[in-house]
Design a protein around this ligand. Structure first.
Ligand code: HXC
Length: 286
């Protein structure tokens, strides 16, 4: 069923703030990343979403394009983020077809539930490769384009950039490793690595005008992650464990994305925005 604007639009957003911007998003056909991209497209951006499954990726691209009349959204399928050459080709194609890469969302991830004693070496490696190496490959493939984009928005250092932003990265991480989460050793290790990578990118690439931040979603309703990780009978109890008394909505991850990529986020670099209703502060939520 097509989304109505009130399903994904926040009343505090301002239309047109991302005009002439292009977002490149891995994992873009997934529930959280597609909501992030949909928001940016609604607010003026064009987009390339990258995924492993060709049909799912192309279908999602067409769907996101309906968020704004005239939007260009390309779905680039058959791209495994573990293969740097495929990501490079996707980045180059994006610039060829859409003109630039101004924003990157590194969102591709792998997950399943298992204790560490039942985790095979290959299973651990798969998740680390998808999450950490995949994010690294994404940064490597897009960084020259991001530096170029940031250069267009440089000021003389005396004033804050006023006319739009560029050269921004968001890594999609998690809160699992803040306290320790059973059945999630592999993902905790991977997400901790992603958090560290974001800080390194932030301090090394900041002088070139590129900023890097992490969004750490908590329990978000209707996502693949929640479907994989939660049993139905546990959901009601989990709901109660979130201090604000409910799960989040994908739109609320989109809100944080709009903030970080907008002029409102110009001076935020190397930070993590946790969007979880306060869940990780409670001992019980996992
Ligand atoms: C134990 C498992 C397993 C499971 C796979 N493996 N599933 N081990 N329990 N449920 C093992 C396999 O046996 C194999 O090890 C190794 O993992 C690799 O499996 P493959 O299927 O060959 O790998 P691949 O096709 O690359 O698939 C990667 C994957 C898969 C991670 C295993 O689940 C995947 O592609 N997921 C992508 C989508 C996804 O997970 N999205 C959710 C993101 S949610 P052996 O030893 O047998 O060779 C998210 C949210 C986090 O990240 C935060 C939540 C709050």
């Amino acid at each position: 069923m097509p989304l109505e604007p009130y399903d994904f639009v926040s009343p505090v957003w301002r239309e047109g703030i991302f005009n002439n911007k292009v977002v490149f998003c891995t994992g873009g056909a997934g529930s959280i990343c597609s909501a992030q991209v949909r928001a940016l497209v609604y607010l003026g951006a064009n987009a390339a979403i990258i995924g492993r499954n060709v049909e799912k990726t192309e279908r999602m691209a067409q769907d996101i394009a309906t968020a704004r009349k005239g939007a260009k959204v390309i779905g680039i399928g058959a791209v495994d983020v573990r293969k740097p050459e495929l990501l490079q080709a996707a980045a180059d194609r994006t610039v060829k077809e859409l003109g630039s890469i101004d924003f990157v969302i590194a969102g591709a991830a792998g997950n399943f539930l298992t204790t560490i004693d039942n985790l095979s070496t290959n299973a651990m490696k798969s998740v680390i490769d998808i999450d950490i190496l995949g994010s690294y490959n994404t940064v490597k493939a897009t960084l020259p384009y991001l530096v170029e984009s940031a250069g267009k928005h440089k000021t003389n250092g005396k004033t804050a950039p006023q006319n739009g932003t560029g050269g921004r990265i968001i890594f999609v991480s998690a809160t699992l490793h803040y306290q320790g989460t059973v059945l999630q050793s592999h993902v905790s290790v991977a997400k901790a690595g992603i958090d560290a990578m974001s800080v390194s990118v932030a301090i090394e690439q900041g002088p070139k005008g590129v900023t890097s931040n992490v969004i750490a979603p908590g329990p978000i309703a209707g996502t693949e992650g929640m479907a994989r990780l939660s049993k139905k009978e546990n959901l009601a109890a989990a709901n109660k464990a979130v201090p604000v008394g409910r799960f989040g909505y994908v739109k609320e991850i989109a809100d944080a994305t709009v903030y970080l990529f907008s002029d409102a986020g110009n001076f935020v670099n190397g930070e993590t925005v946790v969007v979880d209703g306060g869940a990780w502060h409670t001992a019980g939520f996992a």
